[in-house]
Ligand binder design. Structure first.
Ligand code: SF4
Length: 511
């Protein structure tokens, strides 16, 4: 669902450019705060900042403006429309099933007891549905970033900085990837004002698919952008590992068998040694006598063979022989053939033992090189993945229903589908409405911010109309999809219904 095709209806503004003048839907919610406010100002009450905005100007977040005395949401409302040809079997109605009002540009209500900006009724396959649409203001939110790399980025729990301010930390290393946690309420609100502001700016850019520079304390400098290869210390990462050192041995042992006497797959986490490994034993390979540094875990699997770094297999070594502790003459013999490789195949070397049992570099036989090339072939492209994680289980729910916990229950019971800018949101188990969504699946420029500081993100709740009434929904505020399309000015992006994530076609709700 990446790569939305934007269609301008002549009512938006060109990609990347600010609008010539504020336009689109007008919100009748401005109200002077005091009689001391200048006559040409209005108060924006869309967030706790309560900007007083002079006519012709926008507020602190650039999301609202005073247009001839009326508070106006500057960005157009974003509609998703199906990019698929609609089957003529009646299963999809071209007008209703294939248009979805997103929260992007929808505006915010504050305080939250007011109904959400758009509560939209539509019929989907004969079922009356409703979608509650808003731009949530999230103080409790962060980005979980997965960096596909073997390289050592920094110690777990190390602070991550953006423009000198602490904006997150390094979390766990996963299989072929390093996870980062960026943003979050402690950085937004718990540090200095500057830390909060810089954190918010970084989060806004990251969510809107822009490149962000990060410095890890005691580690690497990164450039991270959703869906792009990460840049580590100035070098664009190409491959993620095929597996750990032990897994690499397991995958390719049979292909090496008969062409090598030993293979060592160098890995900062689990270095594999073929002749000792279960894979070598199953192939009846004799022990080579090559002893590896580090801590032996199980046969043919070694931890901590070197320090972490940007060298072979995420270690700090440039010469693979540095991890050999010794060669046991009881098993080793002159002429023995040794392959050393990294988990990505990016580094590899071929050695033959001389009369003194010293490994001597030699040209790698083509048959062995072919297997190393296969390691490379099996490595997926390295990418940075950015997931937005936010808590929607607070006051935002009051814009949906008078009885917020019923919304929470209905989501847990799959009666209500949650999406962010139309993208499917994973809802965490347990209490609250903690949603996680891949920013690449969201329309471009989905995120905004307010200077509280907090992140503004679209969120939509879609459910059957009868369920909505039952859970105490604001049924008086419901408008039909046709009316919203006819009266609101917006822009649309196309998306494929066929990808199984179309928010209006969720099986549990339609039955
Ligand atoms: S920061 Fe934006 S949303 Fe908040 S009051 Fe000011 S203009 Fe309105």
């Amino acid at each position: 669902m990446t790569g939305h095709n934007r269609i301008d209806h002549g009512i938006g503004h060109p990609e990347g450019l600010p609008p010539a003048e504020p336009e689109v839907h007008v919100l009748d919610k401005s109200r002077p705060r005091s009689e001391h406010m200048a006559a040409n100002k209005i108060e924006c009450n869309a967030c706790p900042v309560l900007c007083q905005i002079t006519e012709g100007r926008s507020g602190a977040c650039d999301r609202y403006a005073n247009v001839q005395g009326v508070l106006t949401r500057v960005d157009p409302l974003l509609l998703l429309t199906s990019s698929d040809s609609v089957p003529d079997d009646g299963s999809i109605d071209e007008n209703t099933d294939t248009t979805f009002i997103t929260g992007v540009g929808a505006g915010t209500t504050y305080p939250d007891y007011k109904p959400a900006p758009f509560i939209v009724a539509s019929q989907v396959r004969g079922v009356d549905m409703v979608t509650v649409v808003t731009e949530g203001i999230f103080s409790y939110c962060s980005f979980k970033v997965k960096i596909d790399t073997d390289r050592y980025l920094g110690p777990e729990r190390a602070s991550i900085r953006h423009r000198g301010e602490s904006v997150g930390h390094v979390t766990t290393a996963e299989y072929g990837s390093q996870m980062l946690s960026l943003g979050g309420v402690h950085h937004l609100t718990g540090g200095s004002k500057k830390e909060g502001r810089i954190t918010c700016e970084m989060m806004l850019a990251l969510g809107n698919k822009q490149a962000v520079e990060l410095d890890i304390d005691g580690g690497a400098k990164l450039i991270v952008q959703a869906g792009r290869p990460p840049v580590v210390d100035g070098i664009e990462e190409k491959h993620m590992r095929v597996g750990c050192g032990s897994a690499t041995i397991g995958i390719f042992a049979k292909q090496w068998f008969g062409h090598v006497d030993e293979v060592v797959v160098v890995d900062d986490h689990i270095t594999g040694v073929l002749s000792e490994h279960q894979a070598g034993r199953c192939l009846d390979m004799p022990l080579s006598g090559i002893k590896i540094k580090g801590r032996k875990s199980t046969p043919g699997r070694y931890f901590q063979v070197a320090n972490p770094g940007s060298g072979w297999g995420g270690t700090d070594i440039d010469d693979p022989l540095d991890i050999i502790e010794g060669i046991d003459s009881e098993h080793a013999r002159p002429g023995m053939r040794l392959l050393m490789t990294s988990t990505t195949g990016e580094h590899s070397a071929w050695f033959v033992l001389d009369e003194q049992l010293r490994p001597v570099p030699a040209p790698m036989p083509p048959v062995v090189k072919k297997v190393v090339d296969r390691i490379v072939e099996n490595c997926e492209p390295s990418l940075a993945s950015v997931m937005f994680l936010a808590g929607a289980g607070g006051s935002l729910r009051a814009g949906v229903t008078d009885n917020p916990v019923w919304l929470t229950h209905s989501i847990k019971q799959a009666m209500t589908h949650v999406s962010c800018g139309g993208a499917p949101a994973y809802v965490w188990a347990g209490g609250g409405i903690t949603v996680m969504v891949d920013v690449l699946r969201m329309p471009d420029r989905s995120f905004g911010s307010v200077p509280t500081p907090a992140i503004v993100a679209p969120i939509e709740f879609t459910l059957r109309m009868d369920d909505y009434a039952r859970l105490g929904g604001h049924v008086d505020a419901v408008r039909s999809l046709e009316e919203v399309i006819a009266t609101e000015r917006g822009r649309s992006v196309q998306q494929s219904v066929e990808q199984g994530v179309w928010p209006l076609l969720q099986k549990p709700m339609l039955g």
